[in-house]
Ligand binder design. Structure first.
Ligand code: NAD
Length: 506
């Protein structure tokens, strides 16, 4: 059986532990590979390689760094299909969706190609007689990224291209469920000319994560994953004196006003709720139907939901693939079966689905739950599967109150033709990313991505300017050259003498 290894110091490394995790093909339910689980010593080896590489990489010119990133972007572009196939083989999402993920990840590589512009400092001349002040930003050192299963290419690419472009070196701990994609991404970076040790991978579980969090030479940690682990990562990283950004889970609400185009809203609800089998942190999982829109909207969503083609991700006819594991599939199904007992109407029940020829695959059909009480588990929890809840609200005010009482605040959207209502929503809603007639408002690479409340622990959103800020630290330099002043004929120093007063710039 193929073993996916670590990548340390520019090459594959078997590691020292005898612990391995299974890697499944979710469409068949078969274990096709195994992944090495790092020991503490393996993490230490990766951090040592990154520390050593930092000494030279942080000194490499912006021109050379940019050259490598451009080359990397070319290699990724040429291998989009190959990377998407790796994603589908281990995650299960359909090929077109996997290609979309690769493209969104490449946006950050493209942003990193412009790092020279982004790292320009500021200079104020003559703040006092003969005194200049400049502000610069410098890399941090060895930084680490810990990433989830649902975007095995895009989320690592939210992190390492900017981190290394800023002059840091990087240790990635990808999800153990679909580790091949990031391994390939790192191999390609090496092929693009990235020096050994700049970008490393340790595979594994909590053992690897905890060692990263404790390691004295890791100065910053970016995390993306579920809320309980994000909260844990932030607390442990702070305890160990590290800079940290930890993005968590979500329950994204889509508000539909009575004046919205209901066919358009139903299409978008389907795409955003069931795309990638609902395993997206920006999936729409709740539609809030305002006024009398509910019945018509639910009818239109149900009609579309019943026609979706579910099958293996490598079949071009499939619109939705399987879930990541059998265990997760059963958990998702339990929310649907439990919802009726908790007061919801099950309009479409996808729990009984089997896909012919793929009976052991981790498939579940799409489900639509209407009039879901806010006390039901299906409303309260992040299900992370193809289950869409509809909640009814009498008015806009009732709807926004509901959305703002959620413990999460990742993405949200309003569907309306009323510009005034959309403007109110933008200003009043408590979420980090807002769509107006756009259901999955994932910001482009040159803006930043991040939620509010339990969707993000830390001060920085990820990528964009926030990403560059996160991966650098500021330094302010105040300069005076007390040479003989040319204006005084080169004989008298500009300043001098004893003065114990606090310096002021007059
Ligand atoms: P997860 O939290 O289970 O795992 C994320 C990472 O943490 C993995 O690398 C995993 O190995 C590690 N990990 C898991 N348990 C750990 C533990 N006890 N101690 C230390 N490390 C641990 O998340 P997942 O199931 O891989 O991904 C799905 C979750 O990620 C969903 O909640 C989803 O909303 C969230 N997500 C959020 C965003 C965002 O941008 N906010 C993006 C993608 C996914």
């Amino acid at each position: 059986m193929k073993t996916i290894t670590h990548w340390i110091g520019g090459k594959p490394v078997e590691g020292t532990s005898d612990r391995y995790g299974p890697v499944y093909n979710p469409a068949t339910g078969e274990q096709e590979k195994q992944v090495a689980f790092a020991s503490v010593e393996d993490v230490d080896a990766a951090v040592a390689a990154a520390s050593q590489a930092y000494e030279s990489w942080s000194q490499v010119s912006l021109a050379k760094r940019t050259g490598i990133l451009f080359k990397y972007r070319e290699l990724l572009d040429a291998r989009r299909d190959e990377i998407a196939e790796l994603i589908t083989a281990e995650h299960g999402k359909v090929h077109s969706d996997a290609l979309g993920e690769v493209a969104r990840g490449m946006e950050i590589v493209e942003l990193a190609c412009g790092i020279a512009e982004k790292l320009k400092g500021e200079l104020s001349t003559q703040v006092s007689g003969g005194v200049d002040v400049s502000s610069i930003r410098q890399p941090l050192g060895v930084v680490a990224g810990i990433t989830p299963f649902n975007f095995p290419a895009m989320v690592p690419m939210w992190m390492f291209p900017l981190a290394i472009a800023c002059g840091n070196t990087f240790v990635l701990k990808p999800s153990e469920k679909d580790p091949s994609t990031s391994f390939r991404l790192v191999e390609l970076a090496s092929e693009a000319g990235l020096p050994d040790g700049v970008l490393n991978i340790v595979q594994g579980d909590k053992v690897a994560v905890d060692r990263i969090l404790e390691h004295p030479d890791v100065v910053a940690v970016s995390f993306v994953g579920s809320t309980p682990i994000a909260r844990y990562i932030q607390a442990r990283a702070i305890e160990h004196g590290k800079r940290v950004q930890a993005l968590g889970g979500a329950k994204n609400h889509m508000l539909v006003l009575p004046d919205a185009d209901l066919d358009y809203a139903a299409d978008q609800a389907i795409n955003a709720a069931y795309g990638s089998a609902g395993e997206r942190c920006m999936a729409v999982s709740v539609v809030v139907a305002v006024g009398d829109t509910g019945d018509a909207l639910v009818g239109k969503i149900a009609e579309r939901a019943k026609n979706l083609v579910i099958g293996p991700g490598n079949d071009p006819a499939s619109e939705m693939g399987p879930l990541i594991t059998g265990e997760h599939r059963d958990k998702v199904a339990s929310y649907v079966t439990g919802a009726a007992a908790q007061g919801a109407e099950v309009v479409v029940d996808g729990t009984g689905l089997t896909v012919e020829g793929h009976e052991n695959g981790f498939f579940v059909g799409v489900s639509l739950l209407d009039k879901v009480p806010v006390t039901a588990d299906a409303y309260k929890d992040e299900i992370f599967g193809p289950v869409l809840c509809v909640v009814r609200a009498e008015t806009y005010d009732e709807a926004i109150k509901l959305i703002n009482s959620s413990r999460w605040g990742n993405g949200t959207a309003i569907f309306t033709r009323d510009g005034g209502a959309a403007r109110r929503f933008q200003l009043e809603v408590q979420a980090g990313m807002v769509g107006v007639n756009v259901p999955i408002p994932v910001p482009v690479g040159y803006h930043s991505f991040g939620g509010w409340k339990e969707s993000l622990f830390g001060d920085h959103h990820i990528y964009g300017n926030d990403g560059i800020h996160f991966y650098t630290r500021g330094k302010v330099v105040t300069t005076r050259w007390p040479d003989p002043s040319p204006t005084s004929g080169g004989e008298t120093p500009t300043e001098g003498g004893i003065n114990l007063g606090f310096p002021s710039h007059n």
